[in-house]
Design a protein around this ligand. Structure first.
Ligand code: NOJ
Length: 463
């Protein structure tokens, strides 16, 4: 069967500044929370590899953009690093950063690759974190100023902007489950961080609209559909609903509808975890919703009613209301420990079509991280990652069905084009269409990269 996608469909991939640029002496970038956390706790990072050793896009962007072409990209997302552009968080702009981002943008345009620029990818400047990070409303104001500066500098050429990537993840990592700095475990503080992030996004959107730049602005959310262990068990269904409120709707609803769901508000109130807010800010969120959505989809969230006796007493933790459910026989990516559930991408299409006014969206990330890929190198010297090709096809089949039923999906971006540094997992799992040799920085296109080019040229595939 042939799966052909709509005209002008985006085929491409995503990366982020902190995971690809690297640090070069004298580049003027200041530290962000990742640079700092690595300094004080290198043992938390796989093989002790920190953020300065990313895939050297700063020096090699031209070469990498050629690789984008060779792997069939007609579109590409990366992010601007706040700590590179405005090293003090507010105020003076780093000229070297402006030159670098201008060069990247111009080179992409020269190569006919549509650019999506994201403004924040987990990378709080250290100086802003020292002021309290997203818990401090002044940081929200500083972010809005930074966003405005980006639009002024690059908005003449960049026509697709996103305010945040996966904004729930710094809440989960930094304020609930200890996998991002500042390693706080406290749901009430997490709720404040989430609310201020949503507000920061709305403020950036407000600013963008006021500038009248003739482009579009959205947000990128990692949607993890919540499936109850059993649809027949009311307690499971309720638990799955709470997880959905906390991890999906907490950003989806304010971003698209400009309002928080009433049951999320009630839930936070009952737990004495409602964030502090001002009425005028609620209006800003209401009036500044997104033009489009980026959807990162990796896995579902399976939930059952609370069974374990791990209950947090002195702090609010959403996990007091549900347990994760390891579905027997689930298909899994063993390197990441995540379930692979291709139909989830179709369920997201349906949810967005039926509950969110069929908002335009694109799949902004999907992909498979695999350890020790070297063992799949063939005689010609490149990695034969058939599993990745299968993974992509299996998801695209479901995406295609969603689109046929009317979902407003404009493209598919893989995570990611070249093996990159993945936070505390560093280079453990490789995701790229292109392999990166960490020692030599040599780049070699994998079998999936060659296949991706055909996919893009044919605007689909046969299966
Ligand atoms: C989501 C994030 O946006 C990205 O930074 C991360 O590396 C990938 N998923 C892979 O886990």
């Amino acid at each position: 069967m042939k799966y052909i996608f709509p005209e002008k469909f985006w085929w491409g991939s995503a990366t982020s500044g902190p995971q690809s640029e690297g640090t070069v002496k004298g580049d003027g970038k200041s530290k962000n929370i990742w640079d700092y956390w690595f300094e004080i706790a290198p043992e938390r990072f796989f093989d002790g590899v920190g953020p300065q050793n990313t895939s050297t896009f700063y020096q090699n962007y031209k070469k990498d953009i050629q690789l984008l072409k060779q792997t069939g990209h007609n579109s590409f997302r990366t992010s601007i690093q706040w700590s590179r552009l405005i090293p003090e968080g507010i105020g003076e702009v780093n000229d070297k950063a402006v030159v670098f981002y201008n060069n990247v943008i111009d080179e992409l345009i020269k190569n006919n690759i549509e650019i999506v620029i994201n403004l924040y990818h987990f990378d709080m400047p250290l100086c802003m974190q020292q002021k309290g990070g997203w818990e401090n409303k002044k940081v929200v104001e500083a972010y809005a100023e930074y966003a405005k500066k980006c639009f002024e500098l690059f908005g003449d050429r960049v026509k697709y902007w996103t305010t945040f990537n996966e904004p729930i993840v710094p809440v989960e990592g930094g304020y609930l489950y200890d996998f991002h700095y500042p390693n706080v475990i406290d749901g009430k503080r997490g709720a404040q961080v989430a609310y201020h992030t949503a507000l920061a996004s709305a403020k950036a959107i407000q600013c963008y609209k006021e500038m009248g730049q003739n482009g579009q602005i959205g947000i990128i959310l990692n949607l993890t559909p919540s499936y109850p262990r059993s649809e027949q068990n009311a307690e499971d269904v309720k638990a799955a609903h709470i997880a959905d409120l906390c991890f999906n709707k907490s950003f989806l609803e304010p971003a698209i509808k400009g309002e928080y769901p009433q049951d999320l508000i009630e839930f936070l109130k009952q737990n004495n975890a409602l964030p502090q807010y001002e009425q005028e800010d609620i209006e800003i969120i209401k009036n500044n919703t997104v033009d489009f959505l980026g959807v990162n989809y990796y896995r579902p969230r399976r939930i059952k009613a609370k069974e374990s006796d791990v209950i947090y007493k002195d702090i609010f933790m959403p996990d007091n209301y549900f347990d994760e459910y390891d579905m027997p026989g689930r298909k899994e990516n063993p390197y990441r420990g995540w379930e692979i559930y291709e139909k989830g991408i179709y369920d997201i299409c349906t949810i967005l079509r039926t509950e969110y006014n069929n908002i335009p969206f694109f799949i902004s990330e999907n992909g498979m991280g695999v350890e020790n890929e070297q063992k799949y190198i063939n005689e010609e010297g490149y990695i034969e990652d058939d599993y990745r090709i299968e993974f992509i096809k299996d998801h695209l089949k479901w995406l295609h069905k969603g689109i046929e039923e009317g979902a407003n999906c404009k493209g598919y971006h893989l995570w990611t084009f070249i093996d990159c540094w993945s936070w505390t997992n560093a280079y453990k799992n490789r995701y790229g269409l292109v392999a990166l040799d960490l020692e030599t920085q040599k780049r070699t296109i994998k079998k999936s990269g060659k296949w991706f080019k055909e996919l893009s040229e044919n605007n689909g595939f046969e299966y």
